[in-house]
Design a protein around this ligand. Structure first.
Ligand SMILES: C[S@@+](CC[C@H](N)C(=O)[O-])C[C@H]1O[C@@H](n2cnc3c(N)ncnc32)[C@H](O)[C@@H]1O
Length: 170
């Protein structure tokens, strides 16, 4: 891990603050039925917890044991459908398939080759009609578009601006 998020999470509850308006709007617009969501690099559950409060079932994965512990504790306190895995997303193999994949400012933590390989592999776990939600550095978006174009799957671009790339698998 380049930046020590585990240390940050030990120092601060809700270290990354509230979810972004762009993602909250996307959750409301694109996840209109109870969905299985895979949150890659979920941190302390900034997105996973609101998603679960909306009625979705969330699997969160992060390198940080403290992030996962905070997320799971908050979910248990509220009785939310969130499970957490301490794992490296470059190697993590999820069980089953999902209606949404979320990478909220996680992919820029990886070098370009890993970033693209992780995205290419994990979109294989998205069901047809499922939604891919990426928030990241704007400079990384061309690479992500390239991964989607090379995936052999058809994508409906929902949003592609200001460091947000949201697409639905046809
Ligand atoms: C900028 S934070 C974003 C956290 C969360 N998505 C949010 O928006 O609050 C990046 C997160 O990615 C996690 N991370 C970085 N590299 C990772 C990897 N290889 N596997 C799993 N998680 C990773 C970090 O531990 C950190 O929690």
């Amino acid at each position: 891990m380049g930046y020590d998020y585990d240390r940050l999470y030990r120092d601060e509850a809700e270290a990354l603050g509230a979810p972004t308006r762009a993602l909250l709007d996307a959750f409301a617009a694109y996840l209109t039925a109870p969905a299985r969501v895979l949150d890659l690099g979920c941190g302390q559950g900034r997105d996973a917890l609101p998603l679960a409060r909306m009625g979705h079932t969330v699997v969160g994965v992060d390198l940080s044991p403290k992030g996962i512990a905070d997320m799971v504790a908050a979910a248990e306190a509220e009785g939310l459908a969130v499970t957490g895995h301490v794992a490296d997303i470059t190697a993590f193999v999820p069980e089953g398939r999902f209606d949404a994949l979320l990478f909220d400012r996680t992919l820029h933590m990886l070098d370009a080759a890993d970033r693209h390989a992780v995205l290419a592999r994990l979109i294989g776990h998205l069901d047809p009609g499922g939604v891919l939600l990426i928030a990241d550095e704007a400079s990384n978006m061309a690479g992500f578009r390239g991964v989607l174009d090379a995936s052999g799957q058809a994508w409906d671009r929902l949003t592609d601006r200001h460091g947000n790339l949201f697409a639905r698998r046809s």
